[in-house]
Each structure stands twice: as C-alpha cells, then as structure tokens.
Design a protein around this ligand. Structure first.
Ligand SMILES: *Cc1c(COP(=O)(O)O)cnc(C)c1O
Length: 370
C-alpha cells in the first residue's frame, strides 16, 4: 500500500482554485457578461491592486511572465548586440526572454548557499555591451540585491528582477520587484499568484518604461491608437485579471501558509542526509518551491512515485544545455560549477498553501528513512 491513496504533486493549482472557488466563479461570470474581455476595467483594477500591494507606482499586465521580461527589456532599448547577465540555473523562460529581444544572455554561476546569482561572478562578466543584470529570485529566495544594485550603479546597468517565483518575497523587508528598475512576474497557474491560464505583469518605478510596455503590449499603439513602435500583442485578459484580483486578496495569507509548511519541513527533515538553500538574514523567502538537495535525487523521485508523491526538479536542464539557445548564450571561462552540481541534486518537495502539515510529516518520515 502506498503512503498516500491520492496523488500529491509538488504544486497544486486545483487546490488553490478549490480554496476560493465561489469567489472565482462569481467574477468569471461577471466578466463573461461584461463588454470587456481583454484589457478594460478588470485589468486596470488588477494593475492598480498589484501596484499597490507592492507600494509601486506602476504595473502593466501582459500575456505571460516571459513577455513581461521581454517587453521590459525592449522598453529599455535592449536588443541585438547587447548583453544581459543572468543565471543558467533558472526556468528556460528567463533566457528565452533575452533571446527574444535579440540580445545575448551572459550566464554566470550561482551561490551554493542560496542557489541565486553570485554577485562575485557578475562583475567579471561585464563588457562594453552589457546593458542589464537580471537576477532571478529562484524558488522564492531573494537575491543579494544590495550587491547587485551596487554593481549596476557602478557600471550604469539596468536591474530587471525576474520575480516569476517570488511574489511576496522580501529583501531587507522590501518586496522583491521594487528593488531594481523593474520587477517581472508570471501568473502561470502554479506560481505564488496564479491565474487560470497565462498571464504576466511588470511593476516599475519608471513612468517612461511603464508607458512604453503599455504600448509594446499592443502593436506599439499610443493613446490615439497610432502605432509608434512596431510590436506584437501580449495583453492580459479580463478573466485572468479578475481571478488574480480575487487571489491577490489571499496572497499574504497564502505566503504565510507556505512559510509555515517550509518551517515544518525544516524542523522534520534529517539534515545529516540532505541540504537546502538557506534564507540569509536579509531574506524572507516566499517559498514558491521547497527545494532540497540529495545526491540520490533520481532514486528518491522514483521511490516517492510509488507512494503517489510526484516531486519536481527545478532544473535538470540548465539553460545552457538547451541547443536551440546556443547562439544567444555566452558562458564564463571558469565554467558553471555550482550550476552543474545543483542540476544533479535539486528536488522540489510538495509545496502549496493548502498542503496539510500531516502530509508534510508523512513525506518527511519517508524521506528520512530513504
Ligand atoms: C515561470 C517562470 C517564468 C516565465 O513565466 P511564463 O508565464 O511561463 O512565461 C520566467 N522566469 C521564471 C524564473 C519562472 O519560473
């Protein structure tokens, strides 16, 4: 007999939906009967809500997290011939967004304590073509933003935060996304704030960047519907925005629940057998994922499957291992040692706000005996 009768996944958008289903179905009904199915008042309202939640002056809703990153870079004038420094240990989307501008992703190694970009590695990667640094707050762990901002200031670079996994994570008490020039979010269903389809958003303190993204999301149109730039389309739709406004009201509570679950894993796991990325004093993680490191990662995944627990790996194929991106990637001379190591040992345990602590206890019991 497996430990669990039902399947348990590392993330669960269905449990999220069930927790607020009446409210969500109510707003979906409203949108269906409203004349605005794309952009319009629901999108404006969500943009205001999300900006306010961050204490940020501007938010622009777009079609996905990838587009949030791409359009932000394009709004900053980044394109062919330019370089953006980021990590390979991330969702492929991070690097895809850079490739989509025509620029090159200059990949640097991560810090082995936090699994986020190593500030020490950034400075040596800077060239005359570097335009921006893109720290990724991976798993919901804030990057070392003081060090990153100091380097950016010294070399006159933009800082674009990839916050796709980090809604609500805090660095020195400040929400991520508000610390650099722009914070880019994904509302993919499994993220800390998830829609019931694709969605993304950018928050920024720069009025001109916000305005340009607003135009780039829709053919380059200005307010008079004159196309001032050549651009595609990447709009947030009203259904997603309405759902996101509902879920945003519960986000602080959901993050608190994620942190409670993380604390329970922290308390119960036998740390002589495993390791994990650590929260430094300045960082309050939002625990999009709860990741541990095990030298027997693949065996663990197979064993847990038999107990109906489906673990994740974030990420097995580092960005530079994807052949389609070769011409858009530049690797450091000293290699990506920590990245290569992590790709072999990281594994994501079940983590979502509705996960019962009794299940966490059973999962850790199995882990500790494995
Ligand atoms: C999910 C994710 C993205 C991309 O988001 P999409 O909405 O899927 O385009 C970008 N960066 C990171 C780190 C992500 O986890």
């Amino acid at each position: 007999m497996p430990i669990f009768e039902e399947n348990i996944y590392f993330g669960s958008p269905v449990e999220q939906f069930k927790a607020h289903s009446d409210e969500i179905l109510g707003v979906i009904h409203d949108v269906c009967f409203s004349p605005f199915h794309i952009l319009g008042p629901k999108v404006n309202a969500f943009e205001d809500d999300f900006a306010q939640w961050h204490d940020s002056p501007y938010c622009v809703g777009v079609g996905s997290g990838t587009d949030a990153l791409t359009l932000t870079m394009k709004a900053m004038g980044i394109g062919k011939g330019d370089e953006v420094i980021t990590v390979s240990h991330t969702a492929l989307a991070t690097v895809a967004s850079i490739a989509l501008t025509g620029a090159k992703a200059v990949l640097v190694d991560i810090d082995k304590e936090t699994c986020t970009i190593s500030p020490k590695k950034i400075e040596t990667a800077i060239t005359t073509n570097t335009k921006a640094i893109m720290p990724v707050h991976l798993y919901g762990f804030p990057c070392d933003m003081d060090a990153i901002n100091a380097i950016a200031q010294k070399h006159n670079l933009y800082v674009i935060e990839d916050c796709a996994q980090a809604h609500g994570a805090k660095y020195k008490g400040q929400k991520v996304g508000t610390i650099g020039d722009a914070g880019c979010f994904s509302f993919y269903p499994t993220k800390n704030l998830g829609a019931i389809g694709d969605g993304g958003g950018v928050i920024t303190k720069h009025a001109d960047i916000a305005q340009k993204i607003r135009q780039l999301r829709q053919y380059g149109w200005n307010d008079e519907r004159i196309g001032e730039y050549a651009s595609g389309v990447s709009r947030l739709d009203a259904l997603q925005a309405a759902v996101l406004s509902v879920k945003l009201k519960h986000l602080d509570n959901d993050i608190a629940k994620r942190r409670t679950i993380a604390a329970e894993y922290d308390r119960l796991i036998d740390w002589s057998k495993f390791d994990r990325p650590k929260e430094s004093e300045n960082c309050k993680a939002a625990y999009h994922l709860y990741v541990i490191m095990s030298p027997r990662r693949n065996g663990l995944i197979e064993a847990m499957k038999k107990e109906n627990v489906f673990l994740g790996v974030h990420y097995e194929h580092s960005a530079h291992k994807n052949p389609g991106y070769k011409e858009y990637i530049k690797l450091p001379d000293d290699g990506l040692t920590v990245t290569e190591h992590m790709s072999n040992v990281v594994v994501s345990l079940p983590m979502y706000p509705e996960l019962e602590l009794s299940k966490v206890a059973k999962i850790t019991e199995f882990l500790n005996e494995f």
